[in-house]
Write a protein that binds this ligand. Structure first.
Ligand code: ZN
Length: 90
């Protein structure tokens, strides 16, 4: 039997998305409220292209952030919805 610990994360708890450069392992947090922009290049090493402006992944991240804000700010009265994630990320 395999046991795993899981976390339940409500939308009101989500503050930002963490973007980690696979080249230098530097990371930054981008608020889901889009108060800062998503960098096209890693701001730590300046050597790794992270996103292409208006590329599919860039637009998907922006859409995800907008939808998270919509769900966070909605007035759900008949149900609650949350992420369920493994503690160890597997
Ligand atoms: Zn980097």
């Amino acid at each position: 039997m395999t046991l795993s610990n899981r976390y339940i994360i409500g939308f009101s708890e989500i503050l930002a998305l963490r973007i980690t450069c696979t080249k230098c392992k530097g990371s930054l947090s981008v608020s889901i409220d889009r108060t800062s922009h998503i960098p096209e290049r890693c701001q730590m090493c300046q050597d790794n292209q992270l996103f292409q402006s208006n590329g599919a992944e860039h637009n998907a991240v922006l859409a995800l952030m907008d939808r998270l804000v919509t769900l966070r700010d909605s007035k759900l009265t008949t149900y609650q919805i949350a992420f369920e994630v493994d503690q160890d990320g597997s």
